[in-house]
Design a protein around this ligand. Structure first.
Ligand code: ATP
Ligand code: MG
Ligand code: MG
Length: 555
């Protein structure tokens, strides 16, 4: 294998294997905090960790990092599991940091006994003050040299609920002069009188992230704990904590960091996504405009497209922003290969074919997908009165307009060549009907010479008598600004696009779409890719536009 085809994390793993780590000891984890829904940034981490699992045939745990009951909920746990499965990945074990609360507590007691931890009763402000600055050493807490007996007693009483939140914390005794501020006696435990979604009221002290995370990796014997760059400085602490409890006969986990995935025209932190939900800027975590996995799914994105996006954006050592048009490119590519071609008219105007019999209905065969020879056909009814898109006709048009005008020809998709003859307008001058004649031997696929004749434009259409009505929702970017949360002087909420949702109350679709299900993907010919929305019911169909056929944002 050529080493240039490996990303830098794979290179680290290969080096570890070469240095003697047995391949069967490789183990990875994806560690979400259940305080929100997964987003496209998480998908990078999911695809990375589960991708390594597939590559090395190694187990990947799903670990819920549930150490902060103030923000965590079962709803999020369920949604996270659903999203990972939907992406097509299977975890080896479902783990929870909260399952390790007793073990973590026991280890904390061991740290106290080894004079490596102490209970501090100062205010948060006093402790922050004593921390110092990166260029000046900190000042030791007056409690730092308290006796082991006193620390054990206070810690047990913290656990037993004898104190109010904030009264005491347990701190590691490391180095108040360290150049790494995180090493200046970090907090291991704080008192929180909050019920936990899994442990209920069993605990009123909760471990901090740094204490829980590495030790959880160790308990699960994770070989490579891959996290995002903001944890780089935490690695020293991760290693220090492991040093305190590590049994050399067991595997020692290794933390390594990679860059977060950011994407243009959106925000990606759960806190900000939650604010969009709470402020009702969007209808929920799964609003089709959200960068969440559930929003993308509802919008019509496929697991394959999200996995492809992760693959092509790659894993990096440095933070960067991926253009959202790359994600759109990935879904377009996938749907082009898989979506069923149908016709729907979003802004209808009536078209009457004056030489076509009024009582005649033909069932025309429409190719389901020209990209897939095995996809077959479905039938579309054709009759004398049709709807076409209002913008596909112009009374007066220049010679660059290849759609319908008076006196010129276009082909109706999979049907006849027609020629515009006249039109009807209402009192306000709005066109209400277009009359045309069809070349009756030109039907596509009929084998005649006229059926082969090529004309400049092809229009989509639906038969008025057979069309079904549906609501169609079209989306634009949720933010008008490429990097909405990168402004120091402005809040990201100031860049919300007020026109990110366009609702078409009454679109007309070919009747085949009455049988659409949530999993079906369609290309509405000439308009884009669409899928049924979860709001849809049998008497009120609702379709979402996933993406247009072309990148309308390309410069
Ligand atoms: P947020 O800031 O959105 O709340 P988080 O990092 O706090 O993100 P976690 O639930 O802790 O969210 O994330 C689970 C895993 O996914 C972590 O390993 C985290 O590093 C990774 N992750 C989160 N966001 C991204 C991102 N934008 N790009 C790549 N990985 C991410
Ligand atoms: Mg986190
Ligand atoms: Mg977070």
């Amino acid at each position: 294998e050529a080493s240039e085809s490996l990303n830098f994390l794979e290179q680290i793993i290969e080096e570890d294997l070469a240095a003697g780590l047995p391949k069967e000891k490789l183990r990875f984890r994806f560690p979400p905090e259940p305080n929100g829904y997964l987003h496209i940034g998480h998908a990078a981490s999911i695809c990375l960790n589960f991708g390594l699992g597939e590559k090395y045939k190694a187990p990947v745990n799903l670990r819920f990092d549930d150490t902060n009951p103030a923000k965590e909920e079962q709803e999020y746990v369920d949604a996270i599991k659903h999203d990972i499965s939907w992406l097509g990945f299977q975890w080896a074990e479902e783990c929870y940091s909260s399952d390790y609360f007793q073990q973590l507590y026991d280890w904390a007691v061991q740290l106290i006994k080894n004079d490596k931890a102490y209970v501090d009763g100062q205010s948060a402000a006093a402790m922050a003050e004593q921390k110092g600055t990166p260029t000046t050493p900190g000042v030791a807490s007056p409690h730092r040299d308290q006796s082991v007996e006193m620390n054990l007693d206070l810690f047990e009483r913290m656990k037993n609920g004898e104190f109010e939140p904030g009264k005491y914390v347990l701190r590691a005794k490391i180095d108040m002069a360290s150049s790494n501020m995180l090493m200046r006696d970090p907090i291991l435990y704080r008192i929180l009188n909050k019920a936990h979604h899994r442990t209920g009221n069993d605990w009123c002290i909760y471990p901090m992230y740094d204490w829980a995370h590495g030790e959880s990796d160790y308990i699960e014997q994770v070989s490579h704990s891959l996290c995002t760059l903001e944890f780089k400085m935490h690695r020293e602490l991760y290693d220090w904590f492991l040093d305190q409890i590590y049994d050399p006969s067991l595997l020692r986990p290794k933390q390594r960091e990679f860059a977060r995935r950011n994407m243009s025209y959106t925000v990606m932190s759960k806190r900000k996504l939650l604010q969009l939900v709470q402020d009702k800027v969007v209808s929920g975590w799964n609003d089709p405009r959200m960068p969440t996995i559930s929003g993308l799914r509802r919008r019509g994105y496929t697991p394959e497209s999200i996995r492809k996006f992760s693959e092509v954006s790659g894993i990096s050592k440095r933070d960067s922003v991926t253009d959202v048009s790359l994600l759109e490119f990935c879904i377009r590519e996938d749907l082009n290969k898989t979506a069923t071609r149908v016709m729907g008219v979003l802004d209808p105007v009536k078209l009457v074919i004056s030489n076509y019999p009024a009582d005649k209905v033909e069932m025309l065969a429409m190719e389901n997908n020209p990209e897939d020879p095995n996809s077959g056909t479905h039938e579309v009814p054709f009759s004398r009165e049709l709807y076409i898109e209002r913008e596909d006709f112009k009374e007066e048009a220049g010679n660059k307009f290849f759609r319908l005008t008076l006196g010129n020809e276009v082909r109706l998709k999979s049907a006849y060549i027609i020629k515009g003859e006249s039109m009807v307008k209402d009192a306000s001058g709005k066109i209400t009907e277009i009359h045309c004649t069809a070349e009756l031997d030109s039907r596509s696929g009929s084998g005649t010479e006229a059926s082969q004749r090529r004309v400049k434009g092809t229009l989509h259409w639906v038969s008025i008598a057979h069309a079904i009505k549906a609501e169609v929702r079209e989306y634009d970017r949720l933010f008008l600004e490429e990097a909405p949360d990168a402004h120091e002087d402005k809040d990201f909420m100031e860049f919300i696009n007020p026109n990110s949702l366009r609702v078409i109350k009454e679109a007309y679709l070919e009747p085949f779409l009455a049988g659409a299900t949530l999993d079906d993907k369609f290309q509405f010919q000439r308009l884009g890719y669409f899928t049924l929305d979860t709001d849809s019911t049998s008497d009120h169909l609702v379709f979402n536009k996933t993406v247009g056929l072309r990148d309308s944002w390309a410069k």
